[in-house]
Design a protein around this ligand. Structure first.
Ligand SMILES: [Zn+2]
Ligand SMILES: [Zn+2]
Length: 89
């Protein structure tokens, strides 16, 4: 059986189905049925990823671990707040 839901994004408002497998998974995790259709969920996730994903990485100057929006694999140096201000002037 497939649950049918309606996407809560007013710009979309499309009906979508939640398959048994997904419903069971959500129930097991005590999560509610999704509010948004898979397309909108995917979009939201992408938007979040682009704006806010934080990486734990060491500062390239003092090696203290910090959170940065730039991954450790970035080809340029990333400083922590403190080193950034010390190096800027
Ligand atoms: Zn939608
Ligand atoms: Zn530092």
């Amino acid at each position: 059986m497939t649950q049918s839901c309606t996407c809560k994004n007013p710009e979309c408002n499309k009906p979508f189905g939640v398959v048994d497998q997904e419903e069971k998974f959500l129930a097991k995790k005590e999560l509610p049925l999704p509010d948004y259709c898979p397309r909108c969920r995917h979009k939201k996730r992408m938007a979040l990823r682009n704006e806010r994903e934080l990486y734990k990485r060491p500062c390239d100057n003092c090696n203290n671990s910090m959170l940065s929006t730039t991954p450790e694999s970035a080809p340029y140096k990333i400083y922590c707040q403190k080193c950034f201000w010390e190096n800027i002037g």
